[in-house]
Write a protein that binds this ligand. Structure first.
Ligand code: FDA
Length: 279
């Protein structure tokens, strides 16, 4: 078990908060930002949820006291969405309010479809009180264009991703081509009507399209976001060209579901994990 965890470490900063902070310091030194996630999801028990909320408060305090350039990124299912909506809202409010006091930005990850509407509702409720919160939208979801148009009118801060979960065919685009086309359609709307958004992908074709849009909408502020352990050379190249990069930095021991999504995205990663076990 410990050996397999070691093989998965390429996508994770380490087991504890200090490991994540070390990674953020390195990113800041290299001119990039961090976006730290404490691993864990689908908690059905309040003890786990409360430990998670406490961990995020400690994390916010540490980022602020060390004056690091980093946001945090959280999942509603790790702070009570599986237990009770009101309970989840209270937890999210507590984290975002504390982050607000400390000048830290909070991203809401988007999980699988049973959580989509709840995540959007919670986002809008909290965003009414505190503006240091952003939300992720998934280009594979057919509903995302409608969600984007509604969110953009409220000046929401949006991170656009392709989408990482297995979903029923009727609610998502399935083929790589359809997902990419929809990503580009949504990205064009972000450039035309949004601001302060995030293009979260490692896909060179989409990044090149974003660079073209940036030439047309030169005043728009946006950043590229990528995952720890993926396409390091591309992050470096974009940072050196003067673009803002935030790296998603997960840490903790609850790493299976996160790493499984990385393997599913690129099954060749499975071979790499196996290789690292015998290396
Ligand atoms: P794509 O999968 O087509 O990859 C493009 C290229 O990037 C590949 O050809 C390969 O070179 C490289 N690459 C991508 N992933 C790789 C990997 N795992 N290992 C090795 N190479 C890889 N999803 C979600 O549903 N909810 C969320 O909240 C988030 N949050 C999020 C934050 C950030 C910062 C990022 C970058 C991504 C997410 N995602 C996400 C994940 C996202 O939905 C998607 O699954 C992955 O980013 C992979 O898709 P790409 O856009 O990179 O394209």
């Amino acid at each position: 078990m410990a050996l397999l965890s070691r093989g998965l470490r390429k996508w994770v900063a380490g087991e504890n908060l200090d490991n994540a902070i070390e990674r953020v310091k390195k990113l800041n030194f290299d001119g990039a930002r961090g976006m730290v996630n404490f691993l864990g999801e689908n908690y059905e028990n309040k003890t786990k949820v409360e430990e998670t909320v406490e961990e995020y408060l400690k994390l916010i305090e540490k980022i602020a006291s060390e004056r690091l350039n980093s946001s945090i990124s959280i999942k509603v299912s790790q702070i009570g969405a599986e237990i009770d909506e009101e309970y989840c809202r209270e937890n999210l409010n507590k984290i975002v309010e504390f982050a607000h006091k400390n000048g830290i930005f909070v991203w809401l990850d988007m999980e699988n479809s049973p959580f989509t509407q709840l995540t959007l509702d919670l986002y809008l409720q909290i965003f009414n009180k505190f503006q240091n919160i952003g939300i992720c939208l998934q280009a594979y979801m057919r509903r995302s264009i409608t969600d984007l148009k509604k969110l953009i009118n409220t000046q929401a801060k949006i991170r656009l991703v392709k989408g990482a979960y297995h979903e029923p065919s009727d609610i998502v685009f399935r083929s790589k081509r359809d997902i990419n086309d929809n990503y580009i359609r949504l990205m064009q709307i972000l450039f035309q009507k949004g601001d302060n958004f995030a293009i979260a992908t490692h896909d060179t074709y989409i990044i090149n399209q974003a660079l073209k849009l940036k030439k047309i909408y030169a005043k728009k502020k946006f950043e590229f976001q990528m995952l720890l352990g993926v396409r390091e050379e591309l992050k470096d190249k974009l940072t050196k060209s003067g673009f803002l990069i935030s790296e998603y930095v997960p840490y903790g021991s609850d790493l299976w579901q996160y790493c499984w999504r990385r393997i599913r995205e690129h099954p060749s990663n499975f071979g790499l994990v196996l290789k690292s076990l015998i290396a």
